[in-house]
Write a protein that binds this ligand. Structure first.
Ligand code: SF4
Length: 325
């Protein structure tokens, strides 16, 4: 009996792949594998649970227990279209550590365990990815990165209508597709997304957009403050003063990024006359938002600049390997 692991993202394509594998290898040991960023849309869980139930396949969920915002806070980096460490760490590293080395992350859960045919599913499995012909350029890198595993991406060679497969099982597609998003990742908040995507987010889920924009603003404040304080010794400060300031800074912002406070109380160390700090203080006092992709879509709306609706961007969470495996 052969082992098959399907990288199950909550997208329609990964469901189609699961269906194909089940249909073609009904007597084999098949596992749906989902890595949870803890930042997903509520309807994604409805979709993957229903998929596991109706396909009658076991689903294994792993998570590091932190979301992309908490990871940014931890790493002191504002993720963006070029730096998406959430994909590398929360998705790819979690998966690679488990499949290659058997390392189980902080959170693990099973659904439909009774359909697991053998617990040795990590033994020489075939790995499946739900990427299509439009992402065929990623194929070689994925195969190389997962060596020596057998990696298969059936949707590159076969053109299959995902909607027809969903209809066959009477499963409603994830609601983000109904709203015009091209994927079902991270409640449409992907740090790697482009102008067109964020324009759509602002229109379809204005509250989510607003919260995201605010989070980005405070993350920028926190990260820039951290890096300034971290270099205080260059300005003649003792190490223990620096550590004290860093602790104060963390105490001010952490509750906000953990969702325990509506707004952080920005921390400005006393008696610091650096230009950058003056700039930061101006930002806080005048509520001046930095210019980012998210602001860009507002700028476009309010000032009539042209929106690049074809700049969708977004994450290839399971196919983004830089420095991970
Ligand atoms: S979908 Fe975007 S935000 Fe979510 S983990 Fe992937 S890169 Fe990060």
């Amino acid at each position: 009996m052969k082992n098959h692991i399907i990288f199950f993202s909550g997208g329609k394509a990964s469901f189609t792949v699961a269906h194909l594998v089940k249909e073609r290898h009904p007597n084999d040991n098949i596992v749906l594998y989902f890595t949870d960023t803890k930042w997903e849309d509520e309807d994604l869980y409805r979709f993957i649970n229903e998929a596991s139930d109706k396909l009658e396949l076991p689903m294994l969920t792993h998570s590091m227990g932190i979301n992309p915002v908490e990871l940014m806070f931890k790493q002191k980096v504002v993720f963006n279209s070029r730096i998406g460490n959430c994909s590398s760490i929360l998705k790819m590293k979690t998966a690679a550590d488990f499949i290659k080395k058997g390392i189980v992350p902080k959170i693990e859960s099973w659904r439909n365990w009774q359909h697991l045919k053998s617990e040795d599913f990590r033994e020489n499995p075939i790995l499946y990815f739900g990427i299509g012909w439009e992402e065929a350029h990623r194929k070689a890198a994925i195969i190389e990165n997962w060596e020596p595993y057998d990696v298969q991406m059936p949707l590159i060679d076969e053109v299959i209508d995902n909607d027809m497969i969903l209809a066959k099982y009477k499963i409603r597609q994830p609601r983000l597709y109904d709203m015009g998003f091209s994927h079902n990742n991270c409640k449409a908040r992907c740090v790697k997304a482009g102008q067109g995507h964020f324009g759509n987010l602002k229109e379809k889920m204005p509250d989510v957009f607003k919260e995201l924009k605010e989070q980005e603003f405070y993350m920028q404040q926190y990260v820039s403050s951290y890096h300034i304080i971290n270099r205080l010794e260059e300005h003649g400060f003792e190490d223990d003063v620096k550590e004290l300031y860093l602790q104060d800074l963390e105490d001010c912002y952490k509750p906000y990024f953990e969702g325990k406070r509506k707004k952080p109380i920005p921390f400005i160390p006393p008696n610091l006359q650096f230009t950058t700090y003056s700039f930061m203080k101006r930002q806080i006092d005048n509520d001046v938002y930095p210019y980012t992709l998210r602001d860009l879509s507002i700028d476009i709306e309010e000032h009539g600049h042209q929106l690049d609706i074809f700049d969708i961007g977004g994450c290839g969470c399971f196919v983004n390997y830089e420095g991970v495996l």
